[in-house]
Design a protein around this ligand. Structure first.
Ligand SMILES: [Zn+2]
Length: 223
């Protein structure tokens, strides 16, 4: 019997540091993880219409249709439901649109997981996103993504050349910020109205952001 598993929904702009915080929380809590990005990367390996179209859509910087993502989510929810020791799950990458927020709510209700839902927004300004992404580099060899610092010429891990990702050029960044404003802000407002939104100041040191997240989730940080 599953005892009110903890459902933690993460929202945040690209560049907010959300991914880092999700990773820290996974390690700390041992909660399961469900990320749209990861699900789609797996799904696109299947060589069928949807697999190929996901590849193409991601390459074009587009958005994969909601029913495709939700199909994958529901499949995973069903598997979690079978786990007797399921403690809960971190949801990352969706809802990215208001209709996905509604679908997620219905899905959580269906699985009887709607009693312990927390929605965290890792909040940073557009200006801060632009500053951070300007410093973001990818290693041409090991593909590690790092933050450029003064004097850094090669990848500290493998010595590879550091490049700016095409996606991180200013036009791409502005496009993603505009998309966030148009699609994700209504999701944020929706959770705010339901009084389920917890805003975390993402413009702090990684450790401090994580501390605030643990506090918001009532997780003891003593160990
Ligand atoms: Zn490298």
């Amino acid at each position: 019997m599953q005892n009110n598993p903890s459902i933690v929904v993460f929202l945040g702009k690209s560049g907010s540091g959300k991914g880092t915080q999700v990773e820290l929380l996974r390690q700390k809590t041992g909660l399961d993880y469900l990320g749209s990005g990861e699900l789609l990367r797996e799904r696109k390996k299947i060589n069928d219409f949807t697999g190929n179209k996901i590849s193409q859509t991601i390459d074009d910087g587009g958005i994969v249709a909601t029913p495709v993502i939700f199909h994958l989510w529901m499949k995973n929810f069903e598997e979690f439901k079978q786990k007797p020791d399921f403690k809960g799950v971190i949801l990352d990458g969706s809802p990215r649109k208001i209709k996905e927020a509604y679908l997620l709510e219905e899905a959580l209700k269906w699985y009887e997981w709607d009693k312990n839902v927390k929605v965290l927004l890792v909040d940073i300004s557009d200006e801060e996103v632009i500053i951070r992404i300007n410093k973001r580099r990818i290693c041409s060899q090991c593909k590690e993504i790092l933050i450029f610092e003064e004097g850094m010429e090669k990848c500290p891990k493998c010595g590879g050349e550091l490049l700016k990702r095409p996606d991180d050029e200013i036009d791409g960044v502005k496009k993603r910020l505009a998309w966030f404003q148009e699609e994700v802000v209504p999701v944020i407002d929706h959770y705010k109205e339901k009084e389920e939104l917890i805003v975390i100041n993402g413009e702090q040191k990684i450790e401090k952001v994580f501390e605030d997240i643990l506090k918001a989730l009532n997780i003891n940080d003593s160990n």
